[in-house]
Design a binder for this molecule. Structure first.
Ligand SMILES: [Zn+2]
Length: 319
C-alpha cells in the first residue's frame, strides 16, 4: 500500500462538499461535465470524455460529488512527491527510519502451517462491495495507479460491529505477500479506514495470470482512464485524477470467498507506519497475461521485499 494513505483525509460536511469545485475545473466545467482537470486529458481519453458529457445530464450531482471529493482527497503532486523508489528499498530507512527499524513491517510470507486458526469466536467479516460506485483514478507517482471512491458511496467492510470504508485500491506487480512460498503476478490492495477511529485495514487479493482468464474489469477501467505520462517522471499533470465514467464495482476484486489471513503490519511504502490491520485472501483472482504486461509496461515493478515476521500473531479464518 502507498504512503499517501497516511495523509489525513479532510472531511467536509456533505453540504459543503457539494459546493466545492474540483481543482482546475472552472464553474462551467464543473456543472457541465465535472471531469477533473479536463484540459489535461490525453487525446486517447477524448472519446471517454464525450461519453461522460452525454451521461452527466442525469448524473450531475453524482459526478460532481466524485470530482469534488477526489480533489479534496488527493494532495497536489508537489506535496506528495518524496524521493524514494523500488530500485533500492533498503534506502527508504534513510528518510523514513521505521522502514528499517520497525519490527511489524509488511509484507510477510503467509502459510497455513504458520497460522493460528480462529474459526470460532472471531468477529464476522461482511463485504458490502456490490454495485458500481463513483470512482476516479490517478497515477500515484510511485509506481502504481490508485482508484479512489466517494466517501459516502464507498464500498464497506464490516468486522463484527466495526465499519470500514474503502478509500482506494491500487495494484502491485509482482505480489508483495507470498502465499505458501509463492509470489503471484500481481496483488491488489483495498485500503479501508474505520469511519470512527480512523484505523487502517487493508484487504489484499493476490492475482494470478492465466492465458484463458477474462480481463478483470476493475483493472481494465483503471488502465483505460489513468492519465499517461508524457514527459517521464517529471510530468506532474499525469498525476491528476480522472473520473471513471461508469464507476467501479469493488467486488470484481474479490475471489470466491474462502478464508483470510489476518495480522498487524505496516504500510509497504515509506513512511512504513506500523498502523495497518492486514486481511489477505487465501484464494486468488485471475487475469490474462496481457493485463499484467499492460500494468508493468506503464508502472514497472513495485513490490517491496518480504519482511521478517518477528513472532507476530498470524491468524487464519474461514469466511
Ligand atoms: Zn499497496
Amino acid at each position: 500500500m502507498k504512503a499517501s494513505q497516511q495523509t489525513p483525509v479532510v472531511r467536509q460536511p456533505v453540504s459543503v462538499r457539494l459546493t466545492l469545485r474540483a481543482r482546475n475545473c472552472s464553474r462551467r466545467q464543473s456543472r457541465a461535465s465535472c471531469t477533473c482537470n479536463n484540459d489535461t486529458l490525453p487525446p486517447a481519453a477524448e472519446s471517454g470524455r464525450r461519453r461522460r458529457e452525454l451521461l452527466t445530464r442525469r448524473r450531475v450531482l453524482h459526478n460532481f460529488a466524485a470530482c469534488a471529493l477526489c480533489s479534496q482527497l488527493l494532495p497536489p503532486p508537489s506535496v506528495q512527491a518524496t524521493e524514494w523508489s523500488y530500485l533500492d528499498p533498503r534506502s527508504w530507512a534513510e528518510s523514513s527510519p521505521t522502514c528499517g527499524l520497525g519490527n511489524m513491517q509488511s509484507p510477510i510470507a503467509l502459510s497455513l502451517e504458520d497460522a493460528e486458526q480462529t474459526n470460532s469466536g472471531a468477529a464476522a467479516l461482511t463485504f458490502q462491495y456490490g454495485g458500481r460506485r463513483p470512482a476516479c483514478v490517478r497515477d500515484s507517482g510511485h509506481g502504481t495507479m490508485q482508484v479512489h471512491f466517494v466517501g459516502s458511496q464507498a464500498p464497506l467492510l464490516l468486522v463484527g460491529s466495526q465499519q470500514f470504508q474503502m478509500q482506494q485500491f491500487h495494484f502491485h506487480a509482482p505480489s508483495e505477500h507470498s502465499l505458501d512460498g509463492t509470489r503471484s503476478a500481481m496483488e491488489v490492495h483495498m485500503v479501508h479506514r474505520d469511519t470512527y477511529s480512523g484505523q487502517l485495514l487493508v484487504v489484499a487479493t493476490l492475482v494470478r495470470d492465466r492465458k484463458a482468464a477474462q480481463p478483470n474489469p476493475a483493472l481494465t477501467a483503471a488502465l483505460q482512464y489513468v492519465p499517461r505520462r508524457k514527459d517521464g517522471a517529471g510530468d506532474d499533470s499525469s498525476r491528476e485524477s480522472v473520473d471513471i465514467p461508469d464507476g467501479v464495482d469493488a467486488s470484481w476484486l474479490l475471489p470466491k470467498l474462502h478464508g483470510v489471513y489476518m495480522y498487524s503490519g505496516s504500510l509497504t511504502t515509506p513512511p512504513c507506519a506500523e498502523s495497518v490491520m492486514w486481511c489477505v485472501h487465501d484464494a486468488t483472482i485471475e487475469v490474462p497475461p496481457q493485463q499484467v504486461l499492460a500494468f508493468s509496461k506503464q508502472f514497472g515493478s513495485n513490490a517491496r521485499p518480504l519482511q521478517a515476521r518477528n513472532g507476530r500473531r498470524l491468524t487464519y479464518r474461514l469466511i
